[in-house]
Design a protein around this ligand. Structure first.
Ligand code: AMP
Length: 217
């Protein structure tokens, strides 16, 4: 199964991708995670990407496409993948199409996760990552027992550098201007499935699986 998750920052793409990976054995490819790893490791690529990421702007297509080509050419991608955070503009979507056509493995589906604006803001401002388990939690929405378990395990709840209000506003604007046109692009190609992303993680996941049931695996 080869799929793309589309949705605004905070729509739950990463969380839903993790669940799908655990259930199906396909890999998750998050360009955001790969870029954050590069920044943390202070690689040349990370240094080139950092300013755009801190500002909530898109990193240049050549950097992101290099990362994607590299990741999709590894053996474990052969069983399938979910792309989370890529493509983010039409040029990336066209490049992805060309890469996949080149290996004879086109996309099976593109899932758009719809979430109202006010909920996106709360999800983004409240998002934290447990420093011990790596689990993504939310100070407003997560089960208090889960937040406490993270603290009890000695974990710190770390906020992403770009989850501050100013950068969030910019990321949502970039999504509207550059990424949203992909909705029509994938609708036109017959790949688009839409799900309601408002609700608990489990509720949204059930909708996702139902939407994918009609898709070849
Ligand atoms: P994300 O974790 O998907 O929200 O991505 C965090 C940041 O990484 C974005 O705000 C961009 O600066 C950068 N980024 C992630 N994916 C892409 C992409 N496909 N194209 C350009 N920049 C990206």
């Amino acid at each position: 199964m080869r799929i793309v998750f589309l949705g605004a920052p905070g729509s739950g793409k990463g969380t839903q991708a993790q669940l799908l990976v655990a259930d199906t054995g396909i890999i998750q490819v998050s360009t955001g995670d790969l870029l954050r790893d590069a920044v943390k490791a202070d690689t040349d690529l990370g240094r080139r990407a950092k300013a755009a990421m801190d500002a909530g702007e898109l990193v240049s297509d050549d950097i992101v496409l290099g990362i994607i080509r590299d990741r999709l050419s590894r053996p474990d991608a052969a069983t399938g993948f979910v792309l989370d955070g890529f493509p983010r503009n039409l040029a990336q979507a066209e490049a992805l199409k060309a890469v996949l056509a080149g290996i004879g493995k086109p996309l099976d589906a593109v899932v758009l996760i719809n979430v109202p604006f006010d909920i996106l803001m709360k999800r983004l401002t409240g998002r934290r990552t447990c420093s011990v388990t790596g689990k993504v939690l939310n100070i407003w929405f997560s089960d208090p027992a889960e937040l406490e378990a993270s603290r009890a395990a000695g974990g710190e709840l770390v906020q992403r550098a770009d989850d501050n209000e100013e950068t969030i506003g910019n990321r949502l604007r970039v999504y509207r201007e550059q990424t949203e046109p992909l909705v029509q692009y994938y609708r036109d190609s017959g790949l688009l499935r839409e799900i309601d992303g408002d609700g608990s993680t489990a509720e949204v996941y059930a909708r996702l699986r139902a939407a994918l049931d009609t898709t070849a695996t």
